[in-house]
Design a protein around this ligand. Structure first.
Ligand code: PEP
Length: 250
């Protein structure tokens, strides 16, 4: 099945309003020769501004995370209602930094998935193994567990449009990229898991992105793999020319 590619940029805790503005304005000019869906995930201080600037353009805007409640006494958190109100159409959930630094467990993520679905935010659900887990041959068990528990209780119908990002923890921000073969192997396994859980149609329609030190110099070979439907990019998504080259992968 032909799937529209997605190139998503996770800006993490970077960019002032002025820097976000400059980056969006530059990205709006991309030729986007592959007709990819292009998503940027600014930090919350820039979200409303970026969404306003992106209106009517090719860019879609994602939150980097949401809280599971719609409102309440959760100092510093941002609810799905607020993220939507600021202009987000997507949210990343389960990024490895959220899992390892902020303690997002599968159970917490399951509540965040419910919150995103409740408010019609398209989910970019991140999964991935640590180096130790890979060396112990646990990669697929870990990822299947993250999918099983994080998405627990939802049907294929409810999860329609879900985007998965395979991000090996050892490759994020380290300069170490999974080889295209390693990425393909895991992506194919994720698609097989999705087929078993949600049926073939769901699995074939679901975009699975690779993330972990994707660069202008390695994107082409990664995107050439049949089960790699796009990229979630950290560091290089902050540099307009680099991200533009990634969007226009060959
Ligand atoms: C990420 O933050 O999701 C990521 C993949 O980062 P980087 O591209 O910098 O490795």
């Amino acid at each position: 099945m032909k799937r529209t590619p997605i190139i998503a940029g996770n800006w993490k805790m970077h960019n002032t309003l002025a820097e976000s503005t400059a980056l969006v304005e530059a990205l709006k000019k991309t030729t986007n020769k592959n007709k990819a869906e292009i998503i940027v995930a600014p930090s919350f201080t820039s979200l409303a501004k970026v969404a306003e600037l992106a209106k009517g353009s090719i860019l879609q805007v994602s939150a980097q995370d949401i809280h599971w409640e719609d409102k309440g006494a959760f100092t510093s958190a941002v609810s799905p209602v607020q993220a939507k109100d600021a202009g987000a159409t997507h949210t990343i959930l389960g990024h490895s930094e959220r899992r390892s630094v902020f303690g997002d467990t599968d159970e917490i993520l399951n509540k965040k998935v419910a919150a995103a679905l409740r408010h019609n935010l398209t989910i970019i659900f991140c999964v991935g193994e640590t180096l130790q887990e890979r060396e112990e041959n646990k990669t697929l068990d870990v990822i299947n567990g993250q999918i099983e528990n994080g998405l627990k209780g939802f049907t294929a119908e409810q999860l329609k449009g879900l985007i998965i990002a395979y991000e090996p923890v050892w490759a994020i921000g380290t300069g170490k990229t999974a080889t295209p073969e390693q990425a393909q192997e895991v992506h194919a396994a994720i698609r097989a898991t999705l087929a078993k859980k949600y049926g073939d149609n769901f699995a074939q329609a679901t975009r699975i992105l690779y993330g972990g030190s994707v660069k202008d110099t390695n994107v082409d070979e990664i995107m050439a793999k049949p089960d790699v439907d796009g990229a979630l990019v950290g560091g290089q998504s902050l540099i307009a020319e680099k991200f533009d080259r990634i969007i226009n992968f060959n």
